[in-house]
Design a protein around this ligand. Structure first.
Ligand code: SF4
Length: 299
């Protein structure tokens, strides 16, 4: 490169620069087009990110915000790891770039649904979103970026205050305080009424519909009573419920509901006029589906 000063050329030749601080240690591909990368960080911690290929949504990068997670949701494999540490901005952005280098086309959606709770690392996540959105970075529309939280109310309030126009997904899992607290320790700090108040404020400012993620677990949260409670919790909010049948993991005690149970719960939601979708889990074969990330190769 003769168009840069010779002193800089000399410095680049002599110095030990590295463009990426993360290193790919394993790549797994599933028959449905899902690709999962296991990355080693500079301090030997590991993190996973996933490329999802969906006919309707195109290519989605599912990024991690932390190595491990402190939130301890009982239906999530990452929750069994405990928190190692939060990721830096570049460690988050590198996940996107590494997935893009393996993608068959341009990645058009980003979801922060990988390892970690994004609002527990909010500044770095928002800086990474700047890079993803900025024209000098990736140039993704904010409408194509989703933050998914387990219900960290201060994070929702911060998003509301800063008017960051990303999409929001909340892992609800149950609209009953006792059940939710038993599955998600965060509910003891911010119960359902506190969560709903924060979501109402978010919606009044953003004007945006958001999503409730509802991990369906056999014998736990899919009774008729659970459907009634969910319908009641959704009242006053413009929301769509994303039903995700529990993805089995050897470390977790829960059971995936049968198709009959799933259909029955859906019929109840139809009767109660609750808008919902069902997420066909991609990447199950390589443990890259929702709740299955554990920072391991072949397992
Ligand atoms: S669901 Fe999200 S917040 Fe809960 S333990 Fe798993 S990664 Fe952490």
């Amino acid at each position: 490169m003769t168009d840069i000063p010779s002193s800089l050329r000399a410095s680049l030749t002599e110095s030990d620069f590295c463009l990426y601080t993360t290193e790919e240690v394993a790549v797994q591909s599933d028959s449905d087009g899902t690709i999962k990368l296991l990355l080693r960080l500079f301090d030997e911690n590991v993190v996973e990110c996933v490329l999802l290929h969906d006919k309707s949504d195109g290519l989605t990068a599912c990024l991690s915000s932390q190595s491990g997670c402190a939130m301890g949701c009982r239906f999530c494999r990452t929750g069994t790891l405990k928190l190692k540490r939060s990721l830096t901005v570049n460690e988050i952005c590198e996940q996107f770039l590494l997935l893009q280098s393996r993608a068959p086309g341009k990645i058009d959606h980003v979801v922060f649904m990988g390892m970690g709770e994004p609002f527990a690392n909010i500044e770095n996540v928002l800086s990474a979103i700047d890079f993803l959105h900025n024209e000098d970075g990736i140039g993704l529309s904010m409408r194509r970026i989703t933050i998914s939280t387990c219900g960290v109310v201060p994070g929702i309030k911060e998003l509301t205050l800063r008017r960051v126009p990303v999409k929001l997904a909340v892992s609800l899992v149950s609209a009953d305080d006792t059940t939710r607290s038993s599955l998600m320790p965060i509910n003891k700090a911010y119960n359902l009424s506190t969560l709903k108040a924060a979501l109402k404020d978010f919606q009044s400012v953003s004007g945006r519909r958001f999503t409730f993620e509802y991990c369906m677990i056999h014998g736990v949260n899919i009774s008729d009573q659970d459907a009634f409670k969910l319908a009641s919790f959704c009242k006053g909010l413009t929301v769509v419920v994303n039903l995700i049948p529990f993805n089995p993991c050897p470390e977790l005690e829960f059971v995936t509901p049968s198709m009959e149970e799933i259909n029955h719960f859906c019929r109840k939601l139809d009767e109660l006029n609750v808008p919902y979708t069902i997420r066909i889990s991609r990447g199950r074969g390589i443990k890259g589906a929702c709740g299955q990330l554990a920072g391991k190769v072949n397992g």
